[in-house]
Design a protein around this ligand. Structure first.
Ligand code: SAH
Ligand code: SF4
Length: 376
């Protein structure tokens, strides 16, 4: 499925593209830079506020471009410190963007970190058995402008929180591409979006503070290692042997551990930086001590940090989060082996912060008809 909006999305344009547009529409090239200042530094919400742009050109811009391409339907604020935005796109599709205002607990992390989690697709074709996004199948890839627009909406909330002038760089600390969808299956749009987010004329957000999470698409991991901008990588492992991983992540049939681990190692070697392994703990599925030992082995090979995530229950799925005792028992094996790890005490659990879950509640079951890559 493809979505072709009636106008282009302004947040999907690079400076070069906007310069070309300026020249085509009879303006000097520098107008494009003025425009990006309004969009990314002053972060205004309407064309009318762009007061140093000629009125005629503002009309042209409005004719050609959509300024608001992701509109929050509601902003659910949890008892802890997360916000979950359900966003409506131009074709009425819904996606989620989550703002986590607390630290993930762990060694040496400061206390008021703000992490924004963005989506890259509507639904997901990869069908991981524990995941609400996987349940609904894949509908479509997000456009570049829709990926960037999620961050602009978060800026709007954060900018509105203080009286002081807007900082040039957004006031959140980290971006994680871990919302709905498989980011590396929408590779080109994601790369262009992250280029805009990283560019000096754009959000000027450091690549080292951007983490892309993947279920393990080996060719795209290899491609990502070659990118000029070096983002961080997280791999959703969730099973430390092929047997267990294939049971819950069908993608493992296509890219089993003996292919995934070398690709991840090559990525880490190239970047000289620590990878993260994401591991959801699901009772009696992947939380045995044997899995912990196998996980130690993989983490050592990759010099990776392990993020243990207690499973968040999903409506329609029977699985359970292990007891605190079982979680700790699993963690202790990593601790003994001196693996760097954290157990995420889910922030936003009360608002269904795991990906896809809020949206799933808005959908009726007969709508779970997106495309799937793997047969069950
Ligand atoms: N497709 C990519 C990125 C999005 S999925 C990937 O798989 O890495 C992002 C993450 O959502 C998963 O790694 C997992 O950390 C989390 N997640 C999904 N379902 C969950 C659940 N039921 N409980 C806890 N975390 C979940
Ligand atoms: Fe897709 Fe990631 Fe969910 Fe798997 S965990 S279904 S890859 S979004």
């Amino acid at each position: 499925m493809k979505y072709l909006p009636e106008k282009e999305l302004i947040f999907g344009q690079t400076l070069e593209e906007l310069e070309a547009f300026a020249v085509e529409s009879g303006q000097p090239k520098f107008r494009a830079k003025q425009l990006t200042e309004w969009l990314y530094k002053k972060r205004v919400q309407t064309w009318d506020e762009m007061s140093n742009l000629p009125a005629k050109w503002r009309e042209k811009l409005e004719e050609h471009f959509i300024l608001q391409s992701a509109n929050p339907l509601f902003n659910q604020e949890s008892q802890d410190v997360s916000n979950k935005l359900l966003m409506k796109l131009g074709d009425n599709s819904m996606i989620e963007t989550v703002l986590i205002r607390a630290p993930m607990e762990g060694v040496g992390q400061k206390s008021s970190r703000i992490t924004v989690c963005i989506s890259t697709q509507v639904g997901c074709a990869y069908g991981c058995k524990f995941c609400a996004s996987g349940l609904m199948g894949w509908r479509r890839d997000l456009l570049v402008g829709e990926i960037v627009a999620q961050l602009m909406q978060v800026c709007r909330i954060e900018d509105g929180r203080t009286e002081r002038a807007k900082p040039e760089i957004p006031s959140f600390d980290n971006i994680v591409v871990m919302g709905m969808g498989e980011p590396l299956a929408n590779y080109d749009n994601l790369m262009k979006a992250l280029h805009i987010v990283n560019a000096d004329w754009g959000l000027k957000f450091g690549a080292r503070r951007i983490t892309v999470s993947t279920s393990g698409l080996v060719p795209q991991i290899q491609k990502l290692a070659e990118e000029p901008i070096q983002f961080r990588l997280a791999i959703s492992l969730h099973g430390a042997t092929n047997h267990v991983r294939t049971k819950i992540m069908p993608v493992n049939r296509k890219y089993p551990l003996e292919e995934l681990i070398p690709a991840a190692k090559a990525f880490a070697g190239k970047h000289g930086r620590m990878l993260t392994l994401e591991y959801i703990l699901i009772e009696e599925v992947n939380d045995s001590l044997d899995q912990a030992t196998a996980l130690v082995d993989i983490a050592q090979k990759l010099h990776a940090h392990v993020n243990l995530i207690p499973y968040n229950s999903v409506d329609g799925l029977d699985w359970k989060r292990p007891s605190q005792m079982r979680q700790n028992r699993f963690g202790d094996i990593l601790k003994k082996a001196k693996i760097s790890y954290t157990i995420r005490r889910e922030k936003g659990h009360d608002i269904d912060a795991a990906c896809g879950q809020l949206r799933l509640k808005e959908e009726s079951p007969e709508n779970l008809d997106g495309e799937r890559l793997f047969e069950n």
